[in-house]
Design a protein around this ligand. Structure first.
Ligand SMILES: [Cu+2]
Length: 128
């Protein structure tokens, strides 16, 4: 190839690189800014949603009692108030609730309070 083209090519490549170098950070900054605009908004609504304390009423059957850790396992029905499907799960129980009065197999109504996926049983009463 003739040398005459080499500097030109280099200049073109150099300016392309500089152009890329100049454009990329701007795009990156814009992308970050729009990400940052989006993310906190999403997190905010999610956080305020999950961090807000909610209470819910539910019914279920006691499938296990863990007196040592003051926990109880319910096979519970759907809990629309907190968007939960029916499932079997263990809950921490508030100290005010006397687990000694309960036994596995009891059908009960119970109230929950908490946020996100962390709910504590606040009261338990026999289901009608
Ligand atoms: Cu559950």
């Amino acid at each position: 190839m003739d040398d005459a083209h080499y500097p030109t090519l280099r200049a073109v490549l150099a300016s392309a690189l500089i152009g890329t170098a100049l454009i990329l950070p701007v795009c990156g900054a814009l992308a970050q800014m729009s990400d940052m605009k989006k993310m906190p908004g999403m997190n905010d609504s999610k956080m305020s949603d999950t961090k807000k304390t909610k209470t819910a009423d539910a019914t279920g059957t006691i499938t296990a009692l863990n007196a040592a850790n003051h926990k109880i396992t319910f096979d519970h029905g759907p809990i629309p108030a907190i968007d939960w499907p029916a499932m079997t799960m263990e809950f921490a129980v508030a100290p005010s609730v006397d687990l000694a009065k309960l036994k596995t197999g009891d059908k009960v109504k119970f109230t929950l309070s908490g946020s996100g996926n962390t709910y504590t049983v606040q009261s338990i009463s026999p289901a009608p």
